[in-house]
Structures are given as structure tokens and as C-alpha cells.
Design a protein around this ligand. Structure first.
Ligand SMILES: [Zn+2]
Length: 409
């Protein structure tokens, strides 16, 4: 066996983009790619004590940089904790010592790997320095951080934003070029943090540099209302028309018309139900988004609000969707599991993060230990992963053939 190679015998594999559970006599990988899956028919029911191999998870929306402030936003509102320029997080980020910050992020990324996550889309604050801090930490841990950077400062005063006329200042144009040399793209808190002219400039610079554009929309009604008052268009409509983002985050309060807009724009959306609930916001319309066919990812959002365990988000989201659909069995838990695996193939990062297990694709997987009395009676692999498995049930997390987490014996 060479490095980045391995074999797991007599297992159940959640295979292909549909995550179909098959009995597999030998799952093999070499040099970071899957080389063999000896399928022996459908997975038995119950699963028994076999290991279960699932595609490794991708977290669709994080702010890992805030992890040194665990639960510090408790009892603060969305605006008090998170809004620019004076929200609690921005004041704290401005003063955290670099070493302390990197140590905290390292611990958080290790906890991500220990809960099955190999990659995340991070909306990183602090401009170029923020990007460098996360890049350095991610390389040390082995997690793939897709870094979507913000400006370090704010280009416009409240009055300028109100008038919605100013162009993006030259210093910020220069900062954007600099950031995009090292980050994977640009992110912003809300459409209301820039003028429309600035957004046009940002969009064309990102497109020219072949970097991603990402934005939070409709996290609460104020996003839409502020945008409407300034521009006569809601924030989602402005995002679609001016920015043409690669990924939109939240849509917590999206109405039917807005859901129809996102469907025709065909933009993937990362929802974050637990973060919304923690902040006292409404829960996102998961059932309507699913029914409309919106490509959905799932994120744990800000590290102040949530730990790194994406399985907790899976559990919450599945039950939320079930509740919204009503008692008609309209959602299979596999649909939820796809939000952190094969749906990632629908984004611009699909070729590097296909989120499925097939011969020839990257060996990026989670090996679950189903031998415990609480798991081995499972009659539905995806349901058990979504609603019962804990990080302690993960034997290893593997990214491109590298084991980035191994359970202690
Ligand atoms: Zn966010």
C-alpha cells in the first residue's frame, strides 16, 4: 500500500450521487482516488456490524474565524452581534492576538474533521490577513477551506449607502484585487453593505479573476426591507441581477415569489436552520425550497453560534423538513444527506468536491462504525447517519486518500 491508499472489506457503501446503500466486499483507493468498489447487491436490513462508508461532508456556510468567541453572542440580536461596522464580532476580531486566533481555529477545524467534514465554504472577515490566517490553519489540519473573503473595512458611510450612488473607492478596488490573489472568492454580509455601482465593480473584478461571488440574502426581513427602501428592489433580486452569485446563503424568510426567482436563476443556496433558530429568527422554508427544486447545501454558519458538528445540522434540518411537509412521507433522509455531499457537485466547486463515491473519484469519505448496539439494528443507513450517529461513531475521515481524523482506539 502506498500513501493515500487503503482498503475496507465487507462494508456498506453509499454509492453514487443518489447515495444508494450497497453491500461491498472490498472498497479500495490508491493515490487518493477510489479504484475499486466490489458491489454485492443491496445493503442488508439490518446493516449489522459492518462499517458504513459515506461521502465526506462539505459544510456549505461557516465563519470559522469567530470560533474564539464560542457562545459570546448569546442573548444578542443579529444586528448587535454580526452587522458591520460595529457589531460585537467585528470589535472582537480587531483585537484578537494572531496566535490565539490560529489556535482556536485549529481546534475548530479538527472538530470538523472529527465529525466527518473535509471541506467548508467560509465567509472570512479581516480581508487578506483573515484569508491567510484560515489558509495557514486549514493546511495544518488537512481540511479544505474554500475562502470567501470580505473587505477588512467598510467602503461606505450609512448616508452614502442610503443614497446608493457612490462608486467603490479606489483603495477598496485595490484591496479586492489583492484579496483575490489568495482567496477563492468574495463574500459580503448583505447586499445593503455596498452601493449598486460598487456591486457592479465587484462582480466584474471577480468574474475577470475567475473567482467566486457569494452573499447572504433574506436572513431576516430587514435585508429585504432596507434594500427595497433604498433601491425599490429586494436584496435577493439585486443579488441575482447585479452580482449573479455562485452561492447564496440563508433565504430564511424567502417568500414564494423569491423562491421562484432563485429557481429561474438556478443558484445553489446554503441554508442554516440552527443558526436561524439560535438568533430567534424564523426557520427557513426547507420544504418549499425542496419542492421548488432549489439546489440546497447545509451550513452550521457562525462558529459563535454553533459547534463544528454538521451531523447536528442534518438531524435538525431533516426533522424541520418533515414537519413542514406534514405527515405524508414526502422527504427521505437521503435528501438531507445530499445537502452535505452530492449536492455540492451542483456548485462551481463540483469537480474538486463531487460529494459522491464512485470509482475514479477522490477518496474522500467517512467510515462510520455501526457495530454499537444502537446503530447495528439500522434499517436505513442515511436515516441513521442523519438522526443517530455521533462524532464518536466515526472511525476515520479521509480526504483525497489522506486520513485527516482517526478515532482513538
Ligand atoms: Zn454568514
Amino acid at each position: 500500500m502506498t500513501e493515500r491508499s487503503g482498503r475496507i472489506n465487507d462494508c456498506v457503501v453509499l454509492s453514487g450521487p443518489e447515495l444508494e446503500p450497497f453491500l461491498c466486499s472490498s472498497f479500495e483507493y490508491e493515490d487518493g482516488r477510489i479504484t475499486r468498489m466490489d458491489i454485492r447487491g443491496k445493503a442488508p436490513q439490518p446493516i449489522g456490524k459492518r462499517p458504513v462508508i459515506a461521502p465526506a461532508f462539505v459544510n456549505g456556510h461557516t465563519h470559522v474565524g469567530d470560533c474564539f468567541l464560542a457562545d459570546a453572542a448569546t442573548r444578542l440580536t443579529l444586528a448587535e452581534a454580526f452587522f458591520r461596522p460595529n457589531g460585537f464580532k467585528y470589535q472582537s476580531l480587531a483585537t484578537v492576538p494572531r496566535n490565539e486566533h490560529l489556535d482556536a481555529m485549529k481546534g475548530y477545524l479538527q472538530a470538523m474533521a472529527a465529525s466527518g467534514t473535509i471541506a467548508h465554504f467560509d465567509f472570512r472577515e479581516q480581508g487578506l490577513e483573515g484569508c491567510r490566517r484560515l489558509r495557514e490553519t486549514a493546511q495544518a489540519v488537512g481540511v479544505h477551506s474554500v475562502i470567501l473573503s470580505q473587505f477588512d473595512g467598510v467602503p461606505f458611510s450609512a448616508e452614502q449607502l442610503e443614497k446608493n450612488q457612490e462608486p467603490l473607492p479606489d483603495t477598496f478596488i485595490a484591496e479586492l484585487h489583492e484579496i483575490l490573489q489568495e482567496s477563492d472568492g468574495f463574500s459580503e454580509s448583505t447586499m445593503n453593505d455596498q452601493t449598486d455601482t460598487a456591486w457592479q465593480t465587484i462582480a466584474s473584478i471577480c468574474t475577470e479573476a475567475n473567482k467566486a461571488k457569494t452573499i447572504h440574502c433574506l436572513e431576516d426581513a430587514s435585508y429585504r426591507d432596507t434594500s427595497l427602501a433604498r433601491t425599490e428592489l429586494g436584496d435577493l433580486q439585486r443579488a441575482i441581477e447585479i452580482l449573479q452569485p455562485d452561492l447564496i446563503v440563508h433565504l430564511t424568510v424567502a417568500n414564494d415569489e423569491e423562491i421562484a426567482r432563485i429557481v429561474s436563476a438556478n443558484i445553489p443556496v446554503a441554508i442554516n436552520p440552527r443558526a436561524n433558530a439560535t438568533l430567534g429568527l424564523p426557520l427557513p422554508p426547507v420544504a418549499k425550497l425542496l419542492q421548488a427544486g432549489v439546489p440546497l447545501l447545509l451550513g452550521t454558519d457562525n462558529a459563535m453560534l454553533n459547534g463544528a458538528n454538521l451531523m447536528a445540522e442534518l438531524d435538525f434540518t431533516y426533522k424541520l423538513a418533515r414537519s413542514q411537509f406534514g405527515n405524508q412521507n414526502q422527504i427521505d433522509p437521503t435528501v438531507t444527506l445530499k445537502m452535505v455531499t452530492s449536492n455540492v457537485a451542483l456548485t462551481r466547486w463540483g469537480s474538486e468536491l463531487p460529494g459522491e463515491l464512485s470509482v475514479g473519484l477522490p477518496a474522500s469519505f467517512v467510515e462510520f462504525d455501526f457495530s454499537s448496539p444502537t446503530l447495528r439494528t439500522s434499517h436505513h443507513c442515511a436515516a441513521t447517519i442523519v438522526t443517530r450517529c455521533q462524532p464518536a461513531d466515526i472511525r476515520q475521515t479521509v480526504r483525497n486518500g489522506h486520513t485527516i481524523h482517526q478515532r482513538k482506539a
